[in-house]
Design a protein. Structure first.
Lengths: 689, 301
């Protein structure tokens, strides 16, 4: 039988006023019936264009300049619009990143599902209704019949994505294309969706083209993987083969640049890929990766086209590289392993947060609804000089609110945050005394909005020098070069405008800006989450270097457990505005766990095809912050909930030295506790340790 | 997904005026850059430039003194070799009056609009950045002003204070400022939540500094577009005031006044009305073309 989808030497170009830009070059792959192929690459590598080309949905100006795309053996180039639309509806279905873009906001989801078979004229209303309900049950939506009447906005993001998947499967397609289907979702929701896709795949036998920037999700779903760089496939092979023995230097780089959840890597260094991602349109004869490659040899790599050659002696694993033998013999790109010794814990305390609570009253000009949002409830933690305190949790857990209160961009409702003996919890930054303001500086998440597009880099760095350190203009200028050097940027960068810098470079400037006032404490709110993997590694290394060479304390806000494992000395796990677990990193990442921490760890996608799939995934989603929580905030989703206790009584704080867990469960302090008591947690422990 | 620029190896071409902020590229080069990309903007700018040059050089290029009456000419007022656009009912040369009249409209309109921009920018920034009660008060006063039909507002104020260039400027400033304040407030509400504003607060910049140095430059794209659009509207407004007889006092030439004076004779000597009306239109269209072209060019990126 023919492959469900085949790309044969496909090149795609985009024509615009200033000329032609190549998006894909000579891309070839096949997806057999029932097979799942993962396509990974960083932004701009052309992975989404592959999806659009498979559907023949290329945007205006983009065209296939070479090669053929076959769907079930038929060349799509020769098909009429009518035939193409039949293929799109019946044979190939697509799931995009944003579910709301695929759902009609003014139509109940049941009707939208029923339209699929009805439009194809396959069934009558009653049969379509039954199929829609059955499909909603397949995607594990609770109360499927009632769900049919709901509108998209009444569902959570994870539920919406389930509906989109159900809609895609209604047509019983031969191929399901998923373009970053879990990228906007929280890690526990993501794990549940990935689990669902695995199940549905086993049940329906649908082939999948899974496009993602996240190696971990691909490892969980796919049989084979293709790695795209600058519009070319640089490596293809079976998941196990590629992850265990990556051949192409770019794949090796991507894997080496990723912080890992496993083992002690604290204070280690990642292996970033130097340089910036190449645009596909470089009129390059040879390897597009050569300028960034540590193994590149000029005449060999750059002067003639590089073919796909068998890696590891197998035709099933191909890499586009001429230096495979040299690379195998060398280990120059292995990441360095850090130590995992416990921190001393006697460093001076920079910041001490006690019983911090933040409430918002909802409502407009005339009183409002009287509802109160509790963003933070009784938060306690300490940040010490020279240490990294990570605050980890999913969206809405209050971690950013906490960061903003510490830095003075918001004020707390009650409780205190002591910095050098002064309680700053209710002092907005605008009226903090200059010396206090200097103490805490912040690095923001989004590289696109962290620098003012109207002002130069020199401006961004000079202003804090003048205001926080009272430097005269001339001294400030000299200091700007020093700051740039500290974040490994050339001094002439000062004259540039933000839009002339890459995302990683802008984030470096943001770090330099935060360092300008010589702060004691730096608060970094998801500093690398908007960056590509290879760039992210370089920023994390930079932060690690800065921390080692100074007594700077870092408060690191993140949703990424692997990153936290890599960077943090102490960790606070937050859920619904409360700290559920807090302690030194090696203790938080080892049993006993709070059930939520355990779920987070199990859900985190790891780039390891041998990792056990999570033995269970969390049901439901975080309660609304306006709900009044009497007992444990996690009770509504906790797999180990003690009925009648957890919902009604606030959990006691169990202490194991510095490590503390807020939970009703009888958690024993030693890791070697009897299995009988922890039941489900054994599986979790084995999968992450 | 947000667009991340670093996937493209080279920096992007400098985008349009101001919207993406390229203070380093010289303003002249930016303007030329946009003009070469947008034919509409080129046509608009040419019309405005032509009228400005004529107005500037009026003493030298105007063929006759604008107020010289020669009743003998009224016998044959139509365009001729001596009077290219003909003469009006008092025998005054229409071309000369248009050229001198351009001086009036091209000083009054830009000053009025600039005044509106200054006032509107200040109110919009304060309103958007401070929010709350101050915002509500400023915006409600603006809404009240906007609720009046403009012409009525003009007539009330000018009837009260008299017709003079200063009063016309004041009236237009007051009536346009609320709209500009709304534009600036919108940009401010968006920009004030950007991280770079938080960074400015964290280093202790004053509120005024944040408003004018951090926020305002990011509004310059929409403001420049609006400036030219408003220049067009204001030209119409000055024309209307002239037509209603509350414009600039005679005898100095005023395009709206010219239309009004000749209006009664439109069926006898149509050119006396149509030519100044076309002059008004050309200026309005020029300003509109330039505004539209600038907007397209800045959206193009």
């Amino acid at each position: 039988m023919a492959d469900v989808l085949a790309f044969e030497n496909v090149s795609i170009a985009y024509d615009h006023r200033s000329g032609r830009q190549n998006i894909l070059r000579d891309v070839s792959f096949t997806i057999a019936d029932g097979e799942a192929l993962g396509l990974v690459g960083e932004s701009g590598c052309g992975k989404s264009t592959v999806a659009l080309a498979a559907m023949r949905y290329l945007p205006r100006g983009m065209s296939i300049v070479e090669g053929r795309i076959l769907v079930e053996g038929r060349d799509t180039a020769g098909l009429t619009d009518h035939e193409l639309s039949r293929i799109r509806g019946n044979r190939i279905a697509m799931v995009y990143q944003d579910p709301m873009s695929s759902l009609n906001p003014v139509m109940p989801i049941g009707r939208q599902l029923m339209e699929v078979p009805l439009l194809h004229g396959e069934t009558d209303e009653a049969a379509a209704f039954r199929r829609a309900v059955a499909m909603l049950e397949e995607v594990r939506l609770p109360g499927a019949a009632a769900m049919m009447e709901r509108y998209p906005h009444q569902l959570s993001g994870g539920q919406q994505q389930r509906v989109v998947i159900a809609m895609a499967l209604m047509a019983e397609p031969a191929l399901l294309i998923m373009d970053e289907p879990t990228t906007g979702l929280d890690v526990t929701i993501e794990a549940a969706i990935l689990e669902l896709v695995r199940e549905l795949r086993a049940k329906f036998g649908t082939a999948i083209l899974f496009i993602s920037h996240n190696l971990g999700t691909v490892a969980r779903i796919c049989d084979r993987i293709g790695v795209l760089y600058a519009g070319r496939l640089v490596e293809t092979g079976n998941i196990a083969s590629v992850f265990h023995a990556p051949a192409h230097p770019y794949t090796r780089g991507l894997l080496g640049a990723l912080p890992r959840l496993h083992g002690g890597r604290r204070r280690g260094r990642l292996r970033p890929i130097e340089g910036t991602i190449a645009a596909a349109d470089r009129a390059r004869m040879g390897c597009a990766f050569a300028p960034r490659c540590v193994y590149a040899v000029r005449h060999e790599c750059e002067e003639r086209p590089v073919p796909m050659v068998p890696a590891n002696g197998s035709d099933a694993h191909l890499a586009r590289c001429v230096r495979l033998d040299a690379i195998r013999a060398s280990a120059a790109d292995a990441p360095t392993i850090g130590n995992d010794e416990p921190v001393a814990g006697d460093a001076p305390i920079l910041l001490s947060v006690r019983n911090l609570t933040k409430e918002y009253k909802l409502g407009g000009m005339f009183g409002g609804t009287g509802k109160v949002v509790r963003a933070l409830t009784d938060v306690d933690l300490d940040a010490r000089a020279g240490e990294t305190l990570a605050i980890v949790g999913e969206s809405g857990c209050g971690k950013s609110t906490l960061a903003k209160i510490i830095s003075g961009l918001l004020t707390a409702t009650s409780g205190e945050a002591l910095i050098g003996g002064t309680d700053v919890a209710t002092i907005p930054v605008d009226i903090r005394p200059p010396d206090l303001r200097r103490q805490v500086q912040m690095v923001f998440q989004n590289p696109d909005s962290t620098l003012n597009p109207s002002h130069s880099i020199a401006y961004a760095l000079t202003r804090p020098l003048r205001l926080l350190r009272n430097l005269a203009n001339r001294d400030a200028k000299a200091e700007v070069s020093k700051l740039l050097a500290q974040v490994r940027l050339p001094a002439d960068m000062a004259e540039r405008m933000p839009h002339q810098l890459s995302g990683g470079q802008r984030q470096r400037v943001a770090i330099a800006r935060a360092l300008a006032g010589n702060p004691g404490l730096m608060v970094a709110d998801e500093p690398v989450s908007a960056l590509d993997v290879s760039v992210q590694a370089a920023i994390l290394n930079l932060l690690a270097e800065l921390l080692e060479s100074s007594q700077l304390g870092l408060v690191l806000i993140s949703h990424d457990l692997a990153l936290v494992r890599h960077m943090a000395d102490r960790v606070a796990v937050m859920y619904l505005g409360r700290i559920v677990e807090y302690g030194p990193v090696e203790q938080v990442f080892a049993p006993p766990y709070h059930p939520y921490t355990a779920a987070l760890l199990a859900a985190a996608p790891t780039p390891d095809p041998d990792a056990e799939p999570p033995d269970r995934v969390l049901e439901g989603s975080m309660p609304s912050p306006t709900d009044v929580i009497v007992g444990c905030p996690f009770a509504s989703r906790c797999p180990e909930r003690i009925a009648g206790l957890c919902e009604t009584t606030p959990p006691p704080v169990r202490r194991f030295g510095e490590h503390r867990i807020a939970c009703h469960l009888d958690l024993d302090g030693t890791p070697a506790q009897p299995a009988a008591e922890t039941g489900g947690r054994v599986g979790i422990r084995s999968s992450i340790s | 997904m947000t667009e991340i620029i670093h996937d493209i190896g080279r920096p992007r071409a400098a985008p349009g005026l101001g919207l993406a902020g390229d203070a380093h590229v010289g303003l002249l080069r930016q303007v030329l850059n946009i003009l070469t990309r947008s034919p509409l903007a080129t046509v608009g700018a040419s019309i405005l430039l032509a009228w400005s040059l004529l107005a500037l050089l009026a003493p030298w290029v105007s063929p006759y003194p604008p107020n010289r009456i020669d009743v003998a000419l009224v016998a044959d007022p139509y365009p001729s070799a001596a009077h290219w656009l003909g003469v009006d009912h008092l025998g005054r040369d229409i071309l000369s009056r248009l050229i001198w009249g351009a001086r009036t409209v091209l000083t009054v309109a830009p000053i009025a609009v600039l005044g509106a921009v200054v006032l509107g920018v200040f109110l919009g920034l304060v309103s958007g950045y401070r929010g709350g009660f101050i915002d509500a008060v400023i915006m409600r006063i603006g809404d009240t002003l906007l609720a009046f039909p403009k012409i009525i507002l003009y007539l009330i104020i000018i009837a009260k204070f008299g017709a003079s260039a200063f009063n016309i400027i004041a009236v237009i400033t007051l009536s346009s400022a609320p709209i500009i304040a709304r534009i600036v407030r919108g940009v401010t509400l968006d920009v004030k939540n950007r991280d770079y504003v938080a960074a400015a607060r964290m280093r202790g910049e004053s509120a005024l500094f944040i408003m004018f140095v951090e926020i305002l430059p990011n509004a310059r794209g929409p403001l420049i577009v609006d400036f030219f659009l408003r220049l067009g509207y204001t030209t119409i407004a000055i024309g209307v005031l002239g037509f209603l007889g509350v414009g600039l006092p005679p005898p100095d030439p005023d395009w709206g006044g010219m239309v009004k004076e000749a209006y009664g004779m439109i069926f006898v000597w149509p050119h006396m009305t149509i030519i100044p009306a076309l002059a008004i239109s050309s200026l309005v269209i020029g300003a509109n073309f330039l505004a539209t072209g600038l907007r397209e060019a800045s959206l193009d990126g």
